[in-house]
Write a protein that binds this ligand. Structure first.
Ligand SMILES: [Cu+2]
Length: 466
């Protein structure tokens, strides 16, 4: 290989089509051993095939996911394929798009992966607890023309709330958490390991795919000593953006891909730490790269080029239909009352029922009610919509729309020069974020906050397309 060039992907992760992998994902009990400093924690978890994260699913763009979910839990479950567009009946939302999969039951998921990028899978039943206990895994769809790198890594980040007794706390319906910023863990893991050290070679170019599977924690990565570019957000390619500058927030549910270049002159034994720097006075070490082996190249590589867009319908903003979505409630939010299903109730009474977040003044009490009642909006198939997401609460909310990617076109009325595609957008308190999309995927689709405790406490609605 000529210095300064990279021939092709040589993946450290198993290559191939998901069809060659075992065709069943078993949701079941398992256990994980996490080494944290001198402690070795044995945590009971719920995981796919008993593992957390579940095994990464790899598929080529245009390839088929064809998997049976087998439920060996003691409660209903399902799989939602977060971020990738699927037909409605494959979206994995009990009552809304399919019957829940009962204990001992199965469900066959089969769909073509039109969109390349970094996605993930998780249940959409009792989400705060099922995802919180470890049911999640990566779904990676390789581009037809992958970006040339030496190695690809997938980092699925989660956090666990560990008590003084070294046991996991399992209270997933705590009103204090659910009415504030959500349930935060105190032990962060990357692929189920605490602060893993990854060997890397001088001059190596790595594509890193980050998936935030935490229940509430927002991530912003800092890579001191490494250079690189963000190349995709929520699986959708962006114009490569150099590291440094403003923090790039990856909210719960969100993903970010980047290209990292290990310095050519890095000495064997050198360590490059990777940290999360989202929260004030809190710098969380997440992982590190440890230099070993021989220099991969002697000349720096050029910046990566933007990858090809996925085949989304381009919104036509001229004459687009504007819908305002106002989120209210929670602690310190000033919400006085809201409709719970068909009854107007004061906040105190709502809180007594475990729900405190309203979408356009309304709370649906369950997925059954979302399926049964009128939707938040009925959208015409094929038309462009602009949703103005207004956060009138005291907390940030990552708003996730099912079945579509959308373009973030403006924040607080300020137009984005280059709109980027997302499926989960972080909306800060008092912020107004305009997203645009073509309602081109027929069916009933959830729109909800991805802070899982907020979902438990009512921050979930659905739109009907077609
Ligand atoms: Cu929220």
């Amino acid at each position: 290989m000529k210095a300064g060039t990279v021939a092709a992907i040589t993946a450290a992760i198993p290559a191939g089509d998901v069809r060659s992998a075992p065709p069943t994902l078993v949701a079941r009990f398992g256990s994980a051993t996490i080494k944290a400093g001198t402690r070795s924690l044995d945590l009971p978890i719920w995981g796919y095939d008993g593992e957390s994260p579940g095994r990464p699913l790899f598929v080529n763009q245009g390839g088929i996911i064809d998997l049976s979910l087998s439920n060996q839990l003691l409660e209903d479950t399902s799989i939602h394929w977060h971020g990738i567009r699927t037909p409605n009946k494959m979206d994995g939302v009990p009552f809304v798009t399919q019957k829940a999969v009962p204990p001992g039951g199965h469900f066959q998921y089969r769909f073509a992966c039109e969109d390349a990028g970094t996605y993930w899978y998780h249940p959409h039943a009792n989400s705060a607890e099922q995802i919180g206990r470890g049911l999640f895994g990566p779904l990676i769809v390789w581009e037809e023309k992958p970006l040339p790198v030496d190695r690809e890594l997938v980092w699925m980040v989660a956090d666990w709330l560990i008590g003084k007794d070294d046991k996991v706390s399992h209270n997933y319906a705590q009103m204090h958490d659910n009415s504030h910023a959500g349930r935060f863990g105190n032990l962060i893991t990357v692929n189920g390991q605490h602060r893993p050290a990854i060997d890397a070679q001088p001059g190596e170019r790595i594509r890193l795919r980050i998936i935030n599977a935490a229940s509430a924690r927002i991530l912003s990565f800092d890579f001191p000593g490494l250079s690189g570019w963000w190349i995709a957000l929520d699986g959708q390619p962006i114009q490569p953006r150099g590291l440094g500058g403003n923090p790039l927030y990856i909210p719960p549910g969100g993903r970010a891909d980047l290209v990292l270049d290990v310095p050519i002159e890095a000495k064997s034994g050198a360590v490059f730490g990777v940290a999360d720097a989202t929260y004030r006075n809190q710098r969380n070490k997440l992982a590190s790269f440890r230099i070993s082996g021989k220099q991969v190249r002697s000349t720096a590589l050029a910046a990566p080029k933007k990858m090809a867009d996925n085949p989304h319908s381009q919104p036509i903003l001229d004459g687009a239909n504007l819908k305002t979505v106002t989120f209210e409630g929670g602690a310190m939010g000033g919400l006085r009352s809201a409709m719970l299903d068909d009854k107007q109730m004061p906040l105190r009474q709502l809180a007594g029922k475990g729900v405190v977040w309203a979408t356009n003044g309304k709370i649906w009490s369950s997925l059954e009610e979302i399926a049964r009642q009128d939707k938040l909006f009925n959208l015409d198939l094929g038309k462009t919509y602009v949703f103005r997401l207004q956060n009138k609460t005291a907390f940030p909310h990552p708003i996730h729309l099912h079945g579509h990617s959308f373009q973030v076109i403006a924040v607080n009325g300020k137009k984005k020069a280059v709109p980027e595609w997302r499926d989960t957008v972080l909306v800060f308190p008092d912020e107004k974020v305009d997203i645009a999309f073509v309602a081109d995927n027929p069916g009933d689709w959830l729109m909800h906050c991805h802070v899982l405790g907020h979902v438990t406490a009512g921050m979930i609605a659905a739109v009907r397309v077609g």
